[in-house]
Design a protein around this ligand. Structure first.
Ligand code: NOJ
Length: 671
């Protein structure tokens, strides 16, 4: 016997269906009547308990609708509409000791989410999930942009683009973005990951993907107890790739802000004693080339103050970086500076110049060592006026060390496993108590926590710009940043650390360079959204490229609106954003290794205003391979009837500030 319950998106375009077929639950999805997901499995198998995936009856089914607009404290847009129809199915086993479970579907105009809820009940309390049975039986997938899961570098990988059947790995990370044969775009990810483990997707036959939760070292996927709500399984559906970028489904599926007044969470730009270590000019550890000295810190603070950059991150300030720090994370102290770094002097000097220091806590995967010191470190940071902290988890996956109470190593856990999900939540909540905001590197992937915890501001979780200075790995090819906005970035902001203006540095890293033009580095500030955005290069290099640097100084990091003017995944993308605090718009356009000219109609501008576009374009001879530096800076009057032609060099880009014209810049039409 088959029974069905159907729920539509508010505009009727997306249809999700819950199906109970002889006691076995399935779901399917249609987009404008075309099947997108064929009937697909739901449920769980457990260690030491019967599976929870059959012998069900529906004890109740409830429909609901929701429509509100909420305001982001900071973000890529100010207002977000949260508009969905919900179907909540209550399932109960028909067995002698019946267990209960809810499956909830929320269907939006831009996709859907569904989750399981395991309520408190007699026959299910503590459990170990062996497999989450969720599957996504997709119809014709043409190609997917994917990175493999279970790799040493975790998510710091270059994307592949192939059909699903050609993925030669056990599983791939989400967000997994796909193009369907009929031209539709789909992205599968998750929202509100808490008390659970990270979702990866295992390719099966016939375009089917199965949930593959990252396990604990003993193979168990999730160790839990009722009541438990799983993360939402999300499917974003769009007719153009750009519509994926402006879908806020993942945020909508997170709980509203739990922190109340978060005016202490401040977006902004930062520089740092950072790129110098990546180039090998400085060391993190104490010694003759130590980067984080009091003197050098003051030099960076002076530079930040001179140019009005509000924050400076200082890495290598604390003891523990000796003897291959990546292997000895337990040596890190988060309260003891090196002898040549006077943290009190540095932070008070910074304060006297109106600059804030960003604290740094690299764990190298020794997360218990961090947890033990969290309160003491945050207490110290707060006392010193540090209210943003960058964390790091460098460790060859799976290498999160777990020790017992006697200090014996008991296991090595995956970065995406439940152990680290729980750790991240603990750090976020503890930081919030101290009114500290976070940047995380090598993080658990973003699933939209920033809505609930606006202090969780940005994270890396991708192959960042630092790979362009890696002695060990090849850097990022020109198409990498044209893929990120449609894949990794659907999860949330990225601390890519753009703004390298000295693109070739053979004396430090003969095998590396930035594989893109100077104009493209500027455009990344608009394309790759982050509320905290680094100007990653050395101060002396910015002094050398003063004209280009002006764009980095001008570009905001907090927006009231975002629009995608066009894009093809892996080829190019053009994004415009409106400053949160003014009438200025910023445009960023980037391309892969191919040069191209793109039309940018400025119809989004205010009809009653005259504007000036300050254009930072690839110069006529620019080419990332042979001549990445030429930059043509020009000013042109524009209004909403203007269509700019953006000429992008191979590996190039274009960055534009569009500001209201000053009175003496307004051109009066003749007659
Ligand atoms: C890797 C991070 O991505 C990078 O930003 C940091 O400098 C190093 N780890 C050291 O913590």
């Amino acid at each position: 016997m088959t029974s069905r319950w159907v729920v539509f998106s508010p505009d009727g375009g997306i249809q999700a269906e819950f199906i109970l077929n002889n006691g076995i639950p399935y779901y399917s999805v249609r987009y404008r009547h075309r099947p997108v997901i064929r009937p697909s499995k739901l449920g769980f198998t457990f260690e030491h308990a019967e599976p929870l995936n059959r012998n069900f009856r529906v004890s109740a089914a409830r429909y609901d609708s929701f429509n509100e607009t909420w305001t982001q404290p900071w973000g890529e847009v100010r207002e977000i509409r949260n508009h969905y129809n919900e179907l909540r199915v209550a399932l109960e086993e028909t067995t002698p000791s019946p267990r209960r479970m809810f499956i909830i579907f929320r269907v939006y105009n831009d996709g859907l989410g569904f989750r399981y809820e395991l309520p408190e009940q007699d026959h299910l309390s503590h459990f170990e999930i062996k497999r989450e049975e969720t599957e996504f039986a997709l119809t014709d997938v043409e190609v997917a942009w994917w990175i493999p899961a279970y790799q040493k570098l975790y998510t710091e990988l270059l994307y592949h683009v192939t059909p699903l059947r050609s993925i030669p790995y056990r599983a791939v990370h989400t967000p997994l973005t796909m193009k369907m044969a009929d031209g539709l775009y789909l992205s599968i990810h998750e929202a509100e990951l808490s008390r659970y483990s990270t979702l990866t997707l295992m390719p099966l036959e016939n375009n089917t993907l199965a949930a593959d939760l990252i396990p604990w070292s003993d193979g168990v996927k999730v160790k839990g107890s009722t009541p438990l709500k799983t993360p939402w399984r999300t499917i974003q559906i769009a007719e153009t790739p750009g519509d994926l970028i402006t879908s806020y489904l993942i945020l909508n599926l997170n709980e509203p802000n739990r922190l109340g007044d978060v005016s202490w969470v401040q977006p902004g730009k930062y520089i740092g004693i950072w790129w110098g270590m990546h180039l090998g000019i400085y060391t993190w550890s104490y010694g003759p080339r130590h980067g984080a000295t009091t003197e050098n810190a003051k030099r960076y603070i002076d530079f930040a103050a001179k140019y009005g950059i509000p924050m400076v991150v200082i890495e290598g300030w604390n003891i523990g970086w000796e003897n291959d720090w990546t292997k000895h994370g337990e040596n890190f102290s988060f309260t003891t500076p090196y002898p040549d770094y006077d943290i009190v002097e540095v932070t008070s000097y910074a304060a006297s110049k109106g600059v804030k220091i960003i604290g740094h806590m690299e764990t190298a995967g020794a997360i218990q060592n961090l947890e033990r010191q969290l309160e003491a470190a945050f207490t110290l940071f707060k006392k010193l006026g540090i209210d943003v902290v960058k964390t790091g988890y460098v460790s060859p996956d799976p290498a999160l060390k777990r020790f017992d109470d006697q200090g014996n190593l008991i296991s090595m856990e995956w970065l995406g496993g439940q152990y680290n999900v729980d750790h991240h939540r603990k750090v976020i909540e503890t930081a919030a108590r101290y009114q500290i905001s976070l940047i995380a590197h090598e993080p658990v992937k973003d699933t939209g926590e920033r809505r609930t915890y606006p202090n969780m501001m940005t994270r890396e979780g991708a192959r960042g710009q630092e790979f362009d200075a890696s002695a060990e790995y090849a850097g990022n090819p020109p198409d990498h940043t044209t893929i990120l906005p449609f894949t990794r970035m659907l999860a949330g902001p990225i601390d890519y650390t753009p703004g390298i203006v000295r693109l070739i540095y053979r004396e430090f890293r003969p095998g590396n360079r930035v594989r893109g033009t100077l104009a493209k580095q500027l455009a990344l500030y608009v394309v790759l959204y982050s509320p905290l955005q680094m100007a990653a290069d050395l101060p002396e290099n910015y002094e050398q490229q003063r004209a280009a640097f002006q764009f980095i100084l001008d570009v905001p990091t907090d927006w009231q609106d975002t629009k995608v003017l066009g894009g093809e995944i892996g080829d190019y993308v053009t994004i415009v954003r409106k400053d949160r605090n003014s009438e200025e718009w910023y445009l960023g356009s980037i391309t892969d290794e191919h040069g191209r000219t793109l039309a940018a109609p400025l119809a989004f501008l205010d009809p009653d205003k005259a504007y000036v576009a300050e254009i930072y374009a690839d110069g006529p001879s620019a080419d990332w391979r042979t001549n990445p530096y030429p930059l043509t800076i020009s000013k042109v009057p524009v209004d909403r009837s203007t269509t700019l032609q953006l000429r992008l060099a191979p590996g190039g880009g274009q960055a534009i500030r569009i500001r209201p014209a000053a009175v003496d810049e307004i051109q009066v039409p003749p007659g």
